[in-house]
Ligand binder design. Structure first.
Ligand SMILES: NC(=O)c1ccc[n+]([C@@H]2O[C@H](COP(=O)([O-])OP(=O)(O)OC[C@H]3O[C@@H](n4cnc5c(N)ncnc54)[C@H](OP(=O)(O)O)[C@@H]3O)[C@@H](O)[C@H]2O)c1
Length: 257
């Protein structure tokens, strides 16, 4: 497609799969994450560009975004995918960890978007796209800081869509259900905290998420999408009957010992 696409969190999991899929479609892909070795290896393999950076550090992100614009041009698509953070209850979360949970994904999403927004506004086109989580639709027990940061990404996405209305820029998101990736390897205690109701909606592979992102960028760049289809059927009910859906996730979710 020959779009210039920036993908954050592209050193593994969902982000790497998105970068690979879009590069195969003909896009020019610029990848951000901290692990330089993994980024450079993927960039070489798919023909993209690696820009290692800690997305929690706003000044570093501003510098890297300016470098990208100077070297590659103004992005057509920015995919805010980077995420981290354990699922923990409030008493298990230190003040420091709460701040880290908010730094990535929420502040990372803000920093990257802020870093590109002025040249994108000047051009009057482009898509800002977030990879979010079901926990931003219906919070579940035992993941307080994680859910709060995900709600921040959802709030940012919706507020940005309002803010950019009429500018020619589009704002969208995809919230997939549980995905087989390194996330649960790095946070082994978190998998037990996914509510059992998740069995109704199923899991996804990183390749399926990447395919869905490619579809969204083409057909739904300004919408919030939920995948797979069984989750897409349930997610809207969380807005119509929030208490009932929250009770279902509570009944099938983590309990304090
Ligand atoms: N896995 C799931 O079940 C699932 C479901 C729904 C949504 N999601 C969301 O999808 C996104 C990707 O998740 P994943 O499953 O692919 O997780 P993952 O395999 O753990 O990958 C996370 C990515 O984020 C990057 N990252 C983390 N902190 C960073 C920082 N401070 N600066 C720069 N990059 C940073 C990591 O790169 P470095 O470590 O190299 O920095 C890595 O590339 C996340 O936002 C996640 O919440 C995941």
């Amino acid at each position: 497609m020959d779009r210039l696409v920036v993908v954050t969190g592209a050193s593994g999991g969902i982000g790497a799969a998105i970068a690979q899929r879009l590069a195969a479609d003909g896009d020019r892909v610029v990848m951000l994450a901290r692990r330089a070795d993994r980024l450079h290896e993927l960039a070489e393999r798919i023909g993209g560009h690696a820009h290692p950076v800690d997305l929690a550090v706003g000044d570093d992100v501003s510098r890297v975004c300016a470098e990208i614009v100077a070297t590659h041009g103004v992005p057509d698509v920015v995919i805010n995918n980077a995420g981290a953070g354990r699922f923990t209850s409030i008493e298990e979360t230190s003040n420091r960890e709460a701040a880290e949970q908010m730094a990535v994904p929420y502040l990372a999403t803000f920093h990257v978007t802020r870093g590109f927004i002025e040249p994108m506004l000047a051009r009057g086109s482009g898509t800002i796209f977030a990879i979010n989580s079901p926990v931003a639709v219906v919070p579940w027990p035992g993941a307080v800081g994680y859910a709060a940061a995900r709600f921040a990404v959802r709030g940012f996405t919706e507020a940005l869509r309002q803010d950019l209305w009429g500018t020619g820029l589009q704002v969208g998101s995809l919230s997939p259900t549980r995905v087989h990736s390194d996330y649960f390897e790095a946070n082994p205690d978190s998998v037990q905290r996914v509510p059992r109701v998740e069995a109704l909606v199923g899991k996804m592979t990183v390749e399926q998420v990447a395919d869905t992102v490619a579809h969204c960028l083409q057909y739904r760049p300004d919408k919030d999408t939920y995948a797979p289809w069984r989750w897409a059927l349930i997610a809207p009910w969380a807005r119509v009957f929030p208490s009932a859906v929250a009770a279902l996730y509570r009944a099938t979710g983590h309990r304090r010992r």
